[in-house]
Structure formats: C-alpha cells, structure tokens
Write a protein that binds this ligand. Structure first.
Ligand code: ADP
Ligand code: MG
Length: 254
C-alpha cells in the first residue's frame, strides 16, 4: 500500500474521513505552494471542520422538510405595506431566536406567510440553528401517532430538539379534545426552549372557535401569544397578482 493510502486509512480510523478523501488535493496544494508543515496541517484540519459544518447544515435542511426553498432575498418587501424594510431586516438578523420570541404571521391566502416563514427558517439553518417546518395537519397527525410509529417518534424527537418550529396554517382544520390536548402539551414543552413561527389566515381570537374546549384554547393562546411578535401581512394575493396568464396583456386604450 502506498504511503498516501496508508495515511488516508489512518485519518479515517481517527474519524477524519473528509480530510482523508480530500488528501491528494491537499497534498498537491501544499507541494505547489511550498507550504510549511504548520500550514499544511492547518489546511487538513480546516477542511475537515468545514465539511463537517456543511454536512450538519445539509442534515438540518433534510430534517426541516420545507415545502419549498424560497429565501428571504426572493421575498419582495415592497409588496408589503404592513412591514417596513427595517422591520424586515430585524427579522432577518434572527436576534428574536436567541431571545426566544415567537412570530405569528397573519393574513389572507397568497400574501406570503409561508414564504416568509420558510425564508426565515432557511436563514436560521444557515446560521446553525435547528429548524422544523410542519403544517398544522401534519403536526397533529405526528403527535397522534408518536407512540405508534417509529417515523413519528423520530420526527417528534427532532421537533422537541429544534431551536425553531414553524407551524404552518394553524387551525386550518377542526381539532378534537384529544388533539388539542396533545398540541397544548407540545407548545408547553417547546415554550422555554424553542421559538415558534405560526402562520394563519384567521385572527387569534378565531382560533379557539374550532376547538371543543375553551379552557384549553385559552391556555394554548396564552402560551403562544406571550412573548410573541404579531405580523399582519396584507395586500393583494401575490400569487394572483403575479400569476402567468395564457392571454397576452391587453392594451387599455382599445
Ligand atoms: P400564504 O402562505 O400567505 O398563502 P405563500 O407564502 O404560499 O402565501 O405565497 C404564495 C406564492 O406567492 C408563493 O409562490 C410565494 O413565493 C409568492 N409570494 C407571496 N408573497 C411574496 C412576496 N412578497 N415576494 C415574493 N414572492 C411572494
Ligand atoms: Mg401558506
């Protein structure tokens, strides 16, 4: 076995697999540049470190299960009268995650609630946070099947370990008492350790109407709304306004 192969095996055995695979390139660079031993060793370690970080972020993206990957840069803030550029930039800085603030994004369908939530989620993952995206429907299903399927168990473990949990389309469907209870317990568990982004096309006071037990509703609402920022997205549906049409633009004058 040649010495490079031997070195690669040794690197792998001490769990430096990424550096091992990249070793020929790293060696060539060091030789071409006449690098010192210190520089070479630093390059090897830095490469391993960089790849580990990249792989961690890839894993977090996989766990997040975003419905699409639209970023904050693709979010057109000029469409939003209800949020200033400055507020948008403050959201983007993600200080609210460290301060454990929740965000509640409200507004009619098509105004960009899910896009904004996903954009913030992507930003958070890229900054090293663990994020989970779940529709309300999926979340309730996962909670109900947590004790039954391995898949739901794993998913719930990730949700409970996340720094940011995005719950999309809150109260879109009616929940029964058992589901409301499970949901409340989850919010309770998340409350001190994670941030929550909720999106809904109904105002918070209407959320309860779909639940059977007003006491549970009040308890959930107290938990959610305490320490939270409510953002009303308004305006015409972006989807409708920017939809593609099979008709050519007609001139107004004719
Ligand atoms: P909602 O969740 O409020 O129903 P979505 O976030 O799903 O709306 O937005 C609907 C579509 O319109 C998506 O394709 C989204 O990317 C786009 N969209 C909405 N608002 C904006 C915006 N301000 N800038 C760019 N795209 C937007
Ligand atoms: Mg949506």
């Amino acid at each position: 076995m040649n010495s490079i192969r031997k070195l690669q095996d040794t690197l792998k055995s001490v769990r430096l697999g990424e550096a091992a695979n990249h070793l020929p390139v790293l060696l060539e660079k060091a030789e071409t540049n006449d690098d010192t031993y210190t520089t070479f060793l630093m390059d090897v370690m830095k490469y391993e470190q960089k790849r580990r970080e990249e792989k961690k972020i890839e894993k977090h993206f996989k766990w997040a299960t975003f419905p699409f990957r639209k970023t904050l840069d693709e979010f057109d803030i000029s469409e939003q009268q209800s949020m200033s550029k400055r507020q948008f930039n403050q959201l983007k800085e993600l200080l609210w995650i460290e301060q454990l603030y929740n965000l509640i994004l409200l507004g009619p369908p098509g105004v960009g609630k899910t896009h904004l939530a996903v954009g913030l989620g992507i930003q958070a993952i890229n900054q090293g946070f663990k994020v989970i995206f779940s529709s309300m429907g999926e979340l309730v299903h996962t909670l109900k099947t947590e004790e039954i399927t391995r898949k739901s168990q794993t998913r719930m473990k990730r949700i409970r370990g996340a720094d940011l949990v995005i719950i999309d389309d809150l109260m879109f469907m009616a929940m029964n008492q058992q589901e409301a209870n499970l949901f409340f317990h989850l919010i309770n568990d998340l409350y001190n350790n994670a941030c929550i982004i909720l999106t809904s096309n109904k105002a918070p006071k209407q959320w309860g109407e779909l639940l059977e037990d007003p006491a549970i509703t009040t308890a959930i609402l107290d938990r959610l709304v305490h320490r939270s920022e409510i953002i009303h997205l308004s305006g015409e549906s972006y989807r409708m306004k920017h939809r593609s049409s099979i008709f050519e633009q007609e001139s107004v004058s004719n």
